[in-house]
Design a protein around this ligand. Structure first.
Ligand SMILES: [Zn+2]
Ligand SMILES: [Zn+2]
Length: 342
């Protein structure tokens, strides 16, 4: 029996890549779609991200920690609070498997949603141009920033207080913009913020209310204070426990937010449109806006780090052979990754 319904909107704050594992003549990796060819984010993926986060904070709130966090024990049967919520992963023949109490539906875009093609290119460090070999160039479909998806989660009756706290802390993280779905996070893709979050309680405490549910009249009661209550309870538990941080649990991280001001013109080239419009350079746009892909920024950071590393090593080298032997930076995408930069 469904007890609570969670509804919200997931808005992408970066491009999003969700590989379907399929490709065609023009695209190396196609965005996930349903059987009618509509772009969707599969519910199982959202549930997986939710579960992974909850498993990592669970040791702070509950007494147990999931075997999924322990290297070498991942294949063992687990009966922790998280596996009780999301269903058991590894079932033994002599044990009944636990069904999930958290139902996550496919997230569908609520606005028109168009996928764009992005190129992944490795820049040759010697010539500072892109590698011609096909192995260094691949493209993938990306959903642009500010695409809004409908989030719909249903909770079965029977989650205990600790499990409700865990779920609410995950939702609260998502509300703060720390929701990552899909692939290629290191290229700056897949960041979402959860907006318009509403938690409803399904009230069928008497026969009249039950009749209304069966007649599909809404008897959902908004329960937004529920989230705040649970977060308070969670903080209280953490403060009381003063638990030592265990391996595999949720750690803090840094986030840098900054603006870049260019004092000259800038272009990030879109290879596909060069051919289409026969320009030498054509700036990359998505949804009518100019973008600088995260992969470009990441590439600049990486090559700068390589230069610094080489300079430091250079100080301690006697001759060229010495340098090549201990060079700390390779030429990624080159003939061999092991061949150092000169
Ligand atoms: Zn578990
Ligand atoms: Zn390397």
């Amino acid at each position: 029996m469904i007890d609570k319904v969670i509804k919200g909107k997931l808005r992408s704050t970066t491009g999003v890549f969700f590989g379907s594992g399929q490709s065609n003549e023009y695209k190396d990796s196609i965005f996930f779609r349903d059987s009618q060819n509509n772009i969707i984010i599969p519910g199982s993926s959202i549930a997986g991200v939710l579960r992974a986060y909850i498993a990592r904070i669970s040791p702070y709130i509950t007494e147990d920690s999931c075997v999924q966090l322990v290297e070498g024990q991942k294949d063992e049967f687990c009966n922790c609070k998280v596996c009780q919520m999301f269903g058991s992963i590894n079932t033994r023949p002599d044990q009944e498997s636990m069904p999930s109490k958290v139902w996550v539906y496919h997230a569908t875009p609520i606005t028109r949603c168009k996928a764009f093609l992005r190129d992944g290119i490795t820049i040759d460090r010697e010539s500072e141009s892109s590698f011609r070999e096909s192995k260094a160039k691949f493209n993938f479909e990306v959903i642009p920033k500010n695409t809004i998806f409908d989030l719909h989660i249903e909770l079965e009756k029977g989650l205990n207080k600790e499990q409700e706290i865990l779920l609410c802390s995950a939702l609260s993280e998502w509300e703060k913009g720390r929701c990552f779905l899909g692939g290629l996070h290191s290229r700056g893709l897949g960041n979402f913020v959860l907006e318009d979050l509403n938690i409803y309680e399904l009230d069928i405490s008497d026969s009249n209310k039950l009749l209304k549910v069966l007649n599909r009249n809404s008897v959902l009661i908004r329960k937004n204070e529920f989230l705040q209550e649970k977060l308070k309870e969670g903080l209280k538990i953490i403060n009381e426990k003063h638990q030592i941080i265990q391996k595999g649990t949720y750690h803090s991280f840094f986030q840098f937010d900054f603006n870049i001001n260019f004092d000259s013109g800038v272009i990030v080239n879109n290879f596909k449109n060069n051919v289409r419009y026969s320009y030498d350079f054509f700036p990359i746009t998505e949804n009518g806006e100019f973008i600088i892909p995260g992969s470009s920024l990441r590439g600049v950071l990486r090559s700068h780090a390589e230069k610094i590393a080489k300079t430091i090593v250079n100080e301690n080298c006697e001759n060229l052979e010495d340098f090549l032997r201990i060079c700390p930076a390779c030429n990624p995408g080159g003939v061999s990754e092991k061949i150092p930069l000169t």
